[in-house]
Design a protein around this ligand. Structure first.
Ligand code: PLP
Length: 372
């Protein structure tokens, strides 16, 4: 099997499995207990928080562990509306459903006005339009993703942070696809909130974190025992948190080499695809500029290419046809639709990790020749 669906999720790094297994065997204590078992578990969590915060260059008190990126995003959107009194929210039509469906819910309930910033045909946001929309209110929330999970487009985060600041607005950056891929530094970029999910960088599923700037104050989504300094009640997922921190550390340790290596694989895939199929298109910025891990390809429509994703799967190659979280059910991509891609052509997202090889790209090309 060849796994080219790393934007949906990644396999666990063996070193992460090792650390998590050790914690599973040796540290079952409840971090809220005051005895030795509990205190040992508490130390593991606080060490993980320190590791994560030092890699992001922020304070440990600005990191809140959650169950996933979606939870972090929901917490911020609700908090901004209910506690900070934000009425005007500016987002884009190509955000993840964790943002879009949540905002639809709140706007249908009459709690906020949602504005969708204009995009160019490659899916990059129109900064003049963003500025015009920021002008609509004394204080807005800008909610834009750092890297798009389908087409890999990268947001000019620093510019957006500065623009938000100029209009006294808050900035929630969905960094789920870029945490562990870049040296993100939310404290230096006027980012007030950022979301992370461990399973996107070879960590475990079921754990993520919210970065929240120390000046922000919102209510939690969950009430109860007051864990995570009352921001996220519920007994902590110790194994997950330790696994997240280890995966984050590994990702930062090898980051430059990994970026070069994965970028090389993507470029090799692009040139190999062009050499076998003349009528091929790359969606968004994924061919050249976008996130190094994501390549979104539109194939020519033929009776064979309609079933391409399934044919690839039968031949042992896992890729994605829809968005990350609806992979498996090939629903029409709201991202490709929003950027005006030709929806008659079957699109496949290949997404790479450090565990992929050039030999796998060669194998995929051989299979594509066969099934097309
Ligand atoms: N945001 C982006 C850009 C994503 O790619 C994903 C997951 O695919 C999410 C948010 C949601 O993250 P999680 O699966 O941890 O809830």
């Amino acid at each position: 099997m060849i796994y080219f669906d790393n934007a949906a999720t990644t396999p666990l790094d063996p070193e992460v499995i090792e650390v998590m297994s050790s914690v599973m065997k040796n540290n079952f204590g409840n971090p809220s207990s005051i005895h030795t078992y509990g205190r040992e578990a508490r130390v593991l969590i606080e060490d993980a928080r320190k590791t994560v915060s030092s890699l992001l260059n922020v304070s440990p008190s600005e990191i809140f562990f959650t169950s996933c990126g979606t939870e972090a995003i929901n917490m911020v959107l609700l908090g901004c509306i209910e506690n900070i009194g934000i009425k005007n929210i500016i987002t884009s039509p190509i955000e993840h459903h964790a943002v879009l469906h949540t905002l639809e819910h709140f706007s249908h309930a009459g709690k906020c006005n949602v504005h969708y910033v204009k995009l160019d045909s490659r899916g990059n946001i129109d900064q003049d339009d963003l500025e015009a929309k920021l002008n609509l209110s004394d204080r807005s929330l800008v909610c834009l993703m750092h890297a798009n999970n389908e087409i890999g487009n990268l947001l000019p985060v620093k510019d957006i942070g500065e623009l938000s600041k100029k209009y006294n607005s808050l900035f929630l950056c969905d960094t789920v696809q870029t945490m562990g891929k870049f040296r993100n530094n939310p404290g230096n970029m006027n980012i007030h909130f950022a979301a992370c999910s461990a399973h996107k960088f070879n960590g475990p599923k079921g754990v993520g974190f919210l970065y929240m700037n120390g000046d922000m104050k919102i209510d939690p989504l969950l009430y109860g025992g007051g864990q995570e300094r009352t921001m996220r009640s519920g007994t902590e997922n110790i194994y997950g948190i330790v696994g997240l921190s280890k995966a984050f550390e590994i990702a930062h340790g090898n980051m430059d080499a990994d970026i070069l290596y994965i970028k090389g694989l993507k470029e090799y895939m692009v040139s190999s695809l062009k050499s076998i199929i003349s009528d091929i298109a790359f969606n968004g910025d994924s061919e050249e500029k976008g996130l190094h891990t994501i390549l979104n390809v539109s194939f020519p429509r033929t009776d064979k290419s309609e079933m391409l994703l399934y044919s690839l799967d039968i031949e042992g190659i896992a890729a994605s046809g829809g968005s990350a979280c609806s992979s498996g059910s090939i629903s029409e991509s709201h991202v490709l639709k929003a950027i005006g891609a030709d929806m008659n052509r079957p699109a496949i997202r290949f997404s790479f990790s450090k565990f992929n090889t050039k030999a796998e790209v060669d194998e995929c090309i051989t299979v594509l020749k066969k099934v097309m």
